[in-house]
Design a protein around this ligand. Structure first.
Ligand SMILES: [Ca+2]
Ligand SMILES: [Ca+2]
Length: 231
């Protein structure tokens, strides 16, 4: 009798142990999935974003590109003309980062695209954020759409950063005509997070957001201007 009870206890303990381990594995997998998933205004990713605003859309990826198992897509009508523009974060065959913006011509369906990474953005990054043609293991890349200069057309913000030492956020204007759908208008360099606070005003945090140390920039007339120096 005693050994039967002992056996039951051992079996039950083993089942509880297996369930606990399975739970841990599943929760870890979910976290890892979230790390690379991003998504429009997803609360679970707020702490990971390297560009933030109260109203915006974004896609985000993180770390070693060889571990990216899918691409991220964002369809958004930047100029409210009824045709969506499209953004993609994915990896190329050699593990390089692909950050793409696409305009589809509503009348004839022609496609015009900009690959931000190879058309100048990666050149802005310090070596600490890069690995080969890709990003370092602790680096995030983010494409965000937000109307910063309040002209009813959303700007595109391309960001790369590790949330500690370096954050490069470049601003591009959308053009609904011509061969170049996205025009480079400058960049902000800081340490952690870049945040749009409304009124054409951007804060670039040099430490954690809670430390409240930031430079203030105005984005207007396709130009970024530092207006206050360090607070
Ligand atoms: Ca459009
Ligand atoms: Ca705008």
């Amino acid at each position: 009798m005693y050994s039967e009870n002992l056996l039951k206890i051992v079996i039950i303990s083993a089942i509880v142990f297996i369930i606990a381990i399975a739970g841990l594995v599943i929760s870890k997998a979910n976290r890892e999935d979230e790390m690379q998933t991003g998504g429009a205004n997803s609360e679970s990713n707020v702490d990971m974003n390297i560009f933030e605003a109260s109203e915006y859309d974004y896609i985000l990826m993180y770390g070693d590109t060889s571990l990216w198992d899918d691409e991220k897509n964002l369809g958004i009508d930047l100029d409210a003309d009824g045709t969506s523009e499209e953004f993609i974060i994915s990896r190329g065959v050699t593990g390089d980062v692909i950050l793409k913006g696409i305009r589809r011509d509503a009348s004839d369906g022609r496609i015009f695209e900009t690959e931000f990474w190879t058309s100048g953005f990666s050149d802005l990054l310090p070596p600490s954020l890069k690995k080969g043609n890709g990003i370092n293991d602790n680096c995030f890349v983010q494409i965000s759409c937000c109307d910063i200069d309040e002209d009813e057309i959303k700007e595109i913000l391309i960001s790369a950063g590790d949330k500690q030492v370096a954050n490069i956020t470049a601003i591009y204007e959308y053009s609904s005509i011509g061969e170049m759908p996205f025009k480079y208008c400058g960049y902000i360099e800081t340490s952690t997070v870049v945040r749009y606070i409304g009124g054409k005003t951007i804060r670039a945090y040099s430490a954690g957001v809670r430390d409240n140390k930031y430079y203030t920039y105005i984005y207007d007339d396709e130009k970024i201007t530092n207006i206050t120096g360090n607070n």
